[in-house]
Design a protein around this ligand. Structure first.
Ligand SMILES: [Zn+2]
Length: 297
């Protein structure tokens, strides 16, 4: 791991990534984001916004992840963390909740996310095998103290952070966080900006609505996109993510209507023009299988 830090990373596309994972970026005064680290099983990005009297964290990460992130937050502010907003129920975005609750933080998420935490989330937690390095033993599932339907805003007169439900898309209860004054959008897994897959095969994905959600977000006044995974992006990243999902959906639906099988489509569907979104063959296959099961025949 040590070798990653401080090094310049070059990816195969020739795109230069000048910050390694695990480092903290300041996006605007009082707005920070830490890029997730897949190798340490804390792959999701975690961000925080400093208000006049308190801090709001965006995505609780894993228990072991948030324990490493808390000292990073402390380096940027002495103000108390009052809220953590989980963009969706997936383990890498919500399982750190209990660490934060024990530190006096209130969990916030959409009502549908709360329902998913209680049902699928609970089952997934219980099924997670014990591992000496990444054990859940000293942690617990935590439900939100505040669950919102469509919209919730934190506004102290100096800063405004808006939470808006966008799902069903990647999950049923997806919601995003937006700083309208700074034009910074935190998408959770509605958008990713890395070479490790796109989560399109995830069980709850509603692909057509996901594309609609991304197109809607691209119409907001967004200057910086902090995706669920990977480095910062722009409106172009949102549109490229949407175009990728839309293309897979359309190609697979058309193939299914022609009587092709999912396995045939995995061999035939061409996705190279989508660049980094489509570099993981296994994830592409999972996406095609998932879409094949859902697309009308
Ligand atoms: Zn996810």
């Amino acid at each position: 791991m040590v070798g990653l830090f401080g090094a310049l990373l070059f990816v195969a596309s020739g795109q230069q990534v000048d910050r390694p994972v695990g480092t903290v970026r300041q996006l605007a005064p009082g707005v920070f984001s830490r890029q997730g680290d897949r190798d340490r099983r804390q792959p999701a990005n975690t961000s925080w916004v400093i208000f006049r009297d308190y801090v709001v964290v965006i995505d609780a990460n894993t228990p072991w992840g948030i324990r490493e992130i808390l000292p990073e937050i402390r380096k940027t502010t002495g103000k108390p963390i009052r809220y953590v907003f989980d963009t969706h129920y997936h383990w890498d975005h919500s399982w750190g909740n209990s660490v934060l609750v024990d530190a006096g933080v209130t969990v916030v998420c959409s009502k549908d996310c709360a329902e998913e935490l209680l049902t699928k989330g609970k089952t997934e937690w219980a099924r997670t095998p014990a591992s000496s390095e990444y054990s859940l033993e000293s942690y617990r599932m935590e439900q939100p103290g505040i669950a919102f339907g469509e919209f919730l805003a934190f506004d102290d007169g100096e800063r405004r952070l808006e939470l808006r439900r966008m799902g069903p898309a990647h999950t049923v209860g997806d919601a995003v966080a937006f700083l309208p004054r700074e034009g910074i959008l935190f998408t959770g897994d509605l958008c990713v900006n890395w070479r490790s897959g796109n989560n399109m095969g995830d069980r709850d994905a509603d692909h057509p609505n996901w594309v609609r959600a991304l197109n809607e977000l691209a119409g907001w006044n967004v200057r910086t996109v902090i995706p669920g995974h990977g480095g910062p992006g722009t409106v172009k990243t949102l549109l490229a993510q949407g175009a990728f999902i839309d293309d897979v959906w359309k190609q697979v639906s058309a193939g299914k209507r022609m009587g092709k099988s999912a396995e045939q489509l995995i061999r035939e569907v061409g996705l190279v023009r989508h660049g980094d979104f489509a570099v993981d063959a296994q994830q592409n296959a999972a996406a095609i299988r998932a879409i094949f099961a859902k697309a009308p025949g």
